[in-house]
Structure formats: C-alpha cells, structure tokens
Design a protein around this ligand. Structure first.
Ligand code: CA2
Length: 156
C-alpha cells in the first residue's frame, strides 16, 4: 500500500484558531481528517507530522526513508529560510510535493522564494486547505505511474 507522509511546519498548529482572515477557519486536525479519508478512498495510507522546530522536522524527514513513498510538505516560514530542510528532503530521495495555503507569490517579496521548490516535484500554492487534497492526488498519481512503468515499487 502506498504511504505518504504529510509534514507541517511552524505555526500551522494554530490554523483555524488565529488570523482566520489570512489562513481561514479550518483547523489542521480537520485538514488531516479530510486527507485521511481521501487517502483511504484511493487505497493509500498517510502519516502526519507537525512541529514548530526545524530540527524535529528534519528528523521526521530522515525517518521517512524506507517507511513512506512520498512527502507532502508545508514548511511554513522555513520554506523561505531553511537550507537544512531542503538538504534533508534531498537526502531522503523521495518525491516531495510542496503546499502552501496562501499564494506565496502574491504576498511579500520575501515569501516568493522557496528553498523547498528546488527539491520538490511541484508546488501547490494559494488554494487554501484544498491544496493538500491536490497535493495528495498529485503524489498518488506520480507514485502509481512510477509503479506502472516499473521505475519504483511501493515501500514494502
Ligand atoms: O501559505 C502558507 O501555507 C505558508 O506556508 C504559511 C506560513 C507562511 O510563513 C508562509 O510564507 C506561507 C505561516 C503559517 C502560519 O500559520 C498560522 C495559522 C494561524 C494563525 C497564525 C499563523
């Protein structure tokens, strides 16, 4: 069974509770429950990880190797600053899908650059919580194509 790790970075644990005008009213727990349902309907399994710490995020990414088949990540503000997270994602050698709730290209200039984008298959930005669903569809589609053409099998 395909397994995807969904990683959320700093402050995303506050989703739905503060600044609803910027980040909406949906909580991270609701996003995760919705994703888990979608994954089940596609015959896949998910694991979730959120941390406000760069080191904890890096450790979770390292631990994904051999355990998960792809990583969906909203690295929060570390997106724009963390070469260490980028290196960790590159090191595990799994397909990475980058997600952002807001459109990072339509906000302050410092949000336009993403270190994650360099190691990601693609970026989904600006669609709110629905972006996570799009990311999961993209990840599963990619993994199913890899399995079908024999380039990679799912993690046993
Ligand atoms: O749009 C996104 O998903 C971001 O990754 C969100 C980050 C921001 O630094 C990135 O530039 C874009 C911030 C997450 C903060 O989340 C909060 C949620 C509720 C209340 C306060 C912050």
């Amino acid at each position: 069974m395909l397994s995807v790790l969904v990683v959320n970075g700093p402050n995303l644990n506050l989703l739905g509770t503060r600044q609803p005008e910027v980040y909406g009213r949906v909580t991270l727990a609701e996003i995760e429950a919705d994703l888990a349902q979608l994954a089940a309907s596609r015959g896949a399994t998910l694991a979730f990880f959120q941390s406000n710490g760069e080191g904890a995020l890096i450790d979770a990414i390292h631990a994904a190797r051999g355990k998960h088949d792809a990583i969906i990540i909203n690295a929060g503000a570390y997106t724009h600053s963390s070469i260490a997270l980028m290196d960790a994602l590159a090191a595990v050698d799994l397909p990475v899908i980058e997600v952002h709730l807001s459109n990072i290209h339509a906000r302050e200039t410092f949000r336009r650059h993403s270190y994650i984008a360099r190691v990601a298959v693609g970026q989904i930005t600006g669609f709110g919580p629905f972006g996570y669903r799009l990311a999961l569809e993209a990840a599963l589609d990619l993994l199913e194509r890899q399995t079908a053409n024999g380039t990679k099998g799912p993690t046993p």
